[in-house]
Write a protein that binds this ligand. Structure first.
Ligand code: ADP
Ligand code: ZN
Ligand code: MG
Length: 469
């Protein structure tokens, strides 16, 4: 165990999924592949143009703030963050410095500092030959930046926070928050110290997955400890994460806020949130059920925590299960049984042979458990029916009938099958009669096989016991 304790704060950017960009009416389309299609004089910084605030982007940030119990700003201002780079055509980025839209709040047990709104940059490419090119499709896309307090002390908590934020943004429809697509970008600030006083922090960028965030934290903890133990000083700097080597590398010495000469953008009037969204923000679009609320509701239904996580994180399965719950109106045992078929059988079918969108519906599971309850389907028969419904769609009862999967409780038929099996297995029958009654399971198994899963195992057991007795 190291004597050092790590301290971590996260800065997370997420592209908001509004129809238009932050300050112009260009389309905000992350999937646009033709460069420089969604551009206009505003987002390419032509002289004489004026930015106009996209209220939908402001609303999304405020809703995130409301969901996490943060303080929402009455008014806000936009500031210019000055720096030169080809992907930032104005020579400054419009962001929020002094008056963030959201302050405080907490998520997944981590306290937040603030959430503010800014515009994204364009994207540069350096892989086109002897020159670099810039695509301004992304320039001016609304970007929210969330900053946590330095209150995280291990990689797992950092990753859990990131995943919970992603889930929240998706639940609110605020962002697709896909890290591989760069819609969500995580920067990790990390320092280590042996005392209560924080060490010098290093900022790590270019992290494109949650596992990379965890690996970068582990790498930095070890690197900083080795440096301090060798008597070196940690330099406050920005480092990049190299996925191929699993290491961080120095990019640049950290600039301070002064280097950016922040000042209020004179082109954008002060934005009074309460005028637009109401004194008590009552005009904000209502929040849907939040991930932690959904967790609580499903746990109360007696669903296993692990399975609850499937329904909370997978939209399709979550909605399907909710419809099943509604259809089974409070029948706890049936709900649990249906949940088993969804979380085990359906999940493994999707894994093994993806058929999406799903051909089956909540009704499939509602019918399935009601037929099991009425002894019309054995669990074997239910699994086979489900597999067919998954592959081909259709009505459960019709599938079960057509494929001879309806459980037979017809005594005459079961007796006939049982007699045949006893006749075909004379040595086992003799052993059973000599006292090896554990062979009953063998006979029932043979019976189920002969009846292709449509036999009622309980009745089969009773009849074999009678015939062999
Ligand atoms: P800067 O002015 O360098 O941007 P901030 O105080 O704004 O620094 O903090 C940026 C991020 O770094 C926040 O997420 C914060 O929680 C985190 N942070 C601040 N100090 C430390 C520290 N000593 N160790 C680790 N993280 C820190
Ligand atoms: Zn534009
Ligand atoms: Mg800062």
């Amino acid at each position: 165990m190291s004597e050092y304790r790590a301290t971590i704060g996260l800065e997370i950017h997420a592209e908001l999924n509004t129809r238009a960009k932050m300050f112009c009416s260009c389309k905000n389309d992350p999937d646009e592949e033709t460069p420089n299609t969604n551009i206009c004089p505003v987002c390419t910084a032509q002289p004489g143009t004026l930015p106009v605030v996209n209220e939908a982007a402001v609303e999304q940030v405020l809703r995130v703030g409301k969901a996490i119990g943060a303080q929402l700003a009455d008014f806000t201002e936009w500031d210019r963050k000055n720096y030169f780079y080809p992907d930032i055509p104005k020579g400054y980025q419009i962001t929020q410095y002094k008056y963030p839209l959201v302050s405080g709040g907490s998520l997944a047990g981590v306290a937040l500092t603030r959430i503010h709104l800014e515009e994204d940059t364009g994207s540069s490419r350096h892989d086109m030959g002897d020159f670099s090119v810039v695509d301004y499709n992304r320039a001016g896309v609304p970007l929210m930046e969330l900053v946590t307090e330095p209150v995280i002390h291990d990689a797992e908590t950092a990753m859990r926070f990131g995943k919970e934020l992603q889930l929240l943004l998706r639940t609110l429809g605020a962002s697709e928050a896909n890290m591989e697509k760069g819609q969500m970008r995580v920067e990790v600030n990390i320092s280590i110290s042996k005392t209560d006083k924080f060490g010098t922090k290093v900022e790590v960028k270019n992290i494109n997955s949650f596992s990379a965030a965890g690996a970068a934290i582990a790498y930095e903890m070890a690197r900083q400890e080795a440096a301090l133990e060798a008597g070196e000083k940690i330099i406050q700097e920005t480092r990049g994460w190299d996925e191929s080597t699993g290491k961080t590398f120095s990019q640049r010495k950290k600039e301070s806020a002064n280097d950016y000469r922040y000042f209020p953008d004179p082109d954008i009037p002060k934005f009074v949130c309460t005028e637009v969204f109401g004194k008590n923000y009552e005009k904000l679009a209502p929040l849907p059920e939040l991930p932690w609320e959904k967790r609580e509701r499903l746990l109360a239904l007696g669903i296993d925590a692990k399975v609850v996580e499937i329904y909370v994180s997978d939209d399709t399965l979550g909605k399907l299960f909710d419809e099943v719950v509604a259809g089974l109106s409070g029948d706890a045992a049936a709900i649990k049984l249906a949940s088993n078929y969804i979380s085990t059988d359906l999940v493994s079918l999707i894994k093994a042979e993806p058929v999406l969108p799903l051909k089956l519906s909540a009704k499939t599971f509602i019918d399935l458990v009601s037929m099991i309850g009425a002894n019309e389907l054995s669990s074997r028969g239910a699994k086979d029916t489900l597999t067919i419904a998954y592959r081909e769609g259709g009505v459960v009862r019709e599938i079960a009938e057509k494929n001879g999967l309806i459980q037979k409780s017809d005594l005459g038929e079961i007796e006939r099958v049982a007699s045949e099996i006893i006749a075909a297995n004379p040595s086992q029958a003799a052993e059973y009669r000599a006292g090896k009654t554990s062979l009953l399971m063998f006979f029932v198994g043979q019976g189920m096989k002969a009846m292709k899963g449509s036999g009622n195992p309980k009745l089969l057991g009773e009849i074999f016991t009678k015939l062999l007795g």
